[in-house]
Design a protein around this ligand. Structure first.
Ligand SMILES: NC(=O)c1ccc[n+]([C@@H]2O[C@H](COP(=O)([O-])OP(=O)(O)OC[C@H]3O[C@@H](n4cnc5c(N)ncnc54)[C@H](O)[C@@H]3O)[C@@H](O)[C@H]2O)c1
Length: 473
């Protein structure tokens, strides 16, 4: 079995954690029960680029039970749980359809290794690529599109790189091109679609769709209600405080937290701090989200004002350089700075690294103290500015991920079973309602039904969907 993990001997530990997680993932387990014998994904080759955690292991093995042939990489250099990667690589029953899955991920990859491992997740047997991609943040989609464009005369790979990440992407694409100049064209020909997990990946897909450069169909899983209104909000509500506590051990009660951005993630993060008796300040650029925050009783203010007040800063925007070097120069001594948005460039760490009067001291893995000689203070940066809940903790808990990943499996089945045009799609509202239904019983929740008379009165079918397409939940 081909795989690249940190330590395969961690598999036994990983397996025990996966079994615990299965109990908390009723949506995925019910899909295994429903489709385990008919195997609707039989024949499908799937490449995954999504945090290689215990919960993702349950997703991978569900896709496997539905008949798929899978290769997997992580979508972040820090987020792999090595025991989960080992258990998936080892498999449940050697030599059967429940055998090991090729996993290419470990915690603490270099950026160069990251892009190399992602490419390996694309390489099936006999030069073949995947039929389907599960993407989180759009890196697999990016590699595919840039690779295809290179094979069709585009010169992006020969341009100057603005940063280390771009340099590594260009290098891996050049290497692949030298080895097999038709690889990406073959991949595109056999690809039936991509399902994208997160807001940032959807933004990148939308740009491609607008520019008419999207090569394959893509399902926007993020904007299923049971994804963005659950994982992004309730998931981050669970995992942000976990990460800050594991990294710093500070008392949150009485402190002041500044939440930058009040979208779905920001709402969850703000609620989490409030639940810890932390004073919460919110910064926003969108008047609607700002008004929502104000109506929830949070203080909404400009970043400039928050800088001298905050003890903890969390970026949740998916935007670029939301906290910059000048901001960090104005913060209080020992302020904690972290990001829960998809990419690390929400905080301008590169400037800290370049500045001659700033020194960095590592306190423990993924906790660094930056000292500013000019201002005479220090700040604590968590997870190197990358997703703090997956770097300093273990991401969202299983039940939340079951809701997200049930959508992912149903999206993969839709792409495999139906033919789509190269554009973006949302999953049907019926699927959204079904995903919710699959998780109600586990929480002891029961719902009422309506009579046909009531259905007529509010203009909905008695079996659903229960809301019109524009309803915002
Ligand atoms: N860490 C995780 O587990 C996790 C989970 C889900 C999503 N995400 C990621 O988190 C990010 C946010 O996702 P979301 O679904 O909340 O997106 P969203 O679009 O709902 O919210 C982002 C908010 O940030 C605001 N914003 C943008 N620029 C800003 C600025 N300079 N200052 C203040 N506010 C600003 C926007 O107006 C918006 O309200 C994305 O990168 C997404 O991929 C992470």
């Amino acid at each position: 079995m081909e795989f690249e993990v940190k330590d395969i001997s961690l598999a036994e530990w990983g397996r025990k954690e996966i079994q615990l997680a299965e109990h908390e993932m009723p949506g995925l387990m019910s899909l295994r029960k429903r489709y385990g014998t008919t195997k609707p994904l039989k024949g499908a080759r799937i490449t995954g680029s999504l945090h290689m955690t215990v919960q993702t292991a349950v997703l991978i093995e569900t896709l496997q039970d539905l008949g798929a042939d899978i290769r997997w990489a992580s979508c972040n250099i820090y987020s792999t749980q090595d025991q989960a990667a080992a258990a998936v690589a080892k498999g449940r029953e050697e030599g059967t359809s429940r055998g090991g899955v090729p996993v290419f991920a470990w915690s603490g990859e270099t950026i160069e290794e990251y892009w190399d491992l992602l490419y390996k997740a694309f390489c099936f047997y006999e030069g073949k690529g995947p039929n389907l991609i599960v993407d989180d943040g759009g890196d697999a989609t990016l590699l595919l599109h840039r690779g295809y464009e290179l094979e069709h005369g585009d010169n992006w790979v020969y341009l100057e790189s603005k940063n280390e990440e771009e340099r590594c992407i260009r290098n891996v694409l050049k290497k692949i091109h030298a080895e097999d100049a038709g690889f990406w064209t073959r991949v595109v020909e056999s690809l039936r679609g991509i399902s994208e997990e997160t807001t940032t990946g959807v933004l990148r897909l939308r740009l491609r769709e607008e520019q008419n450069t999207l090569l394959v169909p893509a399902i926007n899983v993020n904007d299923s209600v049971t994804k963005s209104k659950f994982d992004n909000l309730y998931g981050c509500r669970e995992s942000i405080v976990d990460a800050i506590r594991r990294a710093t051990d500070i008392t949150l009660s009485g402190k002041t937290a500044v939440v930058c951005g009040y979208g779905n993630v920001g709402k969850g993060v703000a609620q989490a701090f409030r639940g810890c008796y932390t004073r919460v300040l919110v910064t926003e650029i969108d008047p609607i989200c700002a008004l929502q925050a104000a109506m929830e009783g949070y203080e909404v203010c400009k970043m400039e004002k928050a800088l001298s007040i905050g003890d903890i800063f969390v970026t949740t925007t998916g935007n670029y350089h939301v906290i910059n070097e000048q901001h960090m120069r104005q913060m209080r001594n020992q302020a904690i700075v972290c990001n829960i948005g998809h990419f690390d460039n929400e905080i301008d760490i590169a400037s800290l690294e370049r500045a001659s009067d700033i020194t960095k001291q590592n306190i423990k893995p993924l906790v660094d103290l930056y000292s500013f000689e000019t201002e005479g203070h220090s700040i604590l940066l968590l997870a190197g500015g990358r997703l703090v809940n997956l770097g300093c903790a273990t991401g969202h808990p299983s039940f939340i991920m079951s809701i997200s990943f049930t959508n992912q499996v149903l999206a993969q089945m839709t792409l495999w079973q139906e033919t789509h045009k190269p554009q973006m799609y949302l999953l049907d509202k019926r699927i959204d309602e079904e995903v919710a239904t699959l998780h109600l019983a586990a929480l002891g929740a029961e719902i009422d039904s309506i009579t046909s008379e009531q259905g007529e009165y509010i203009a909905v079918n008695v079996a659903g969907p229960f809301k019109h397409e524009q309803y915002r939940y």
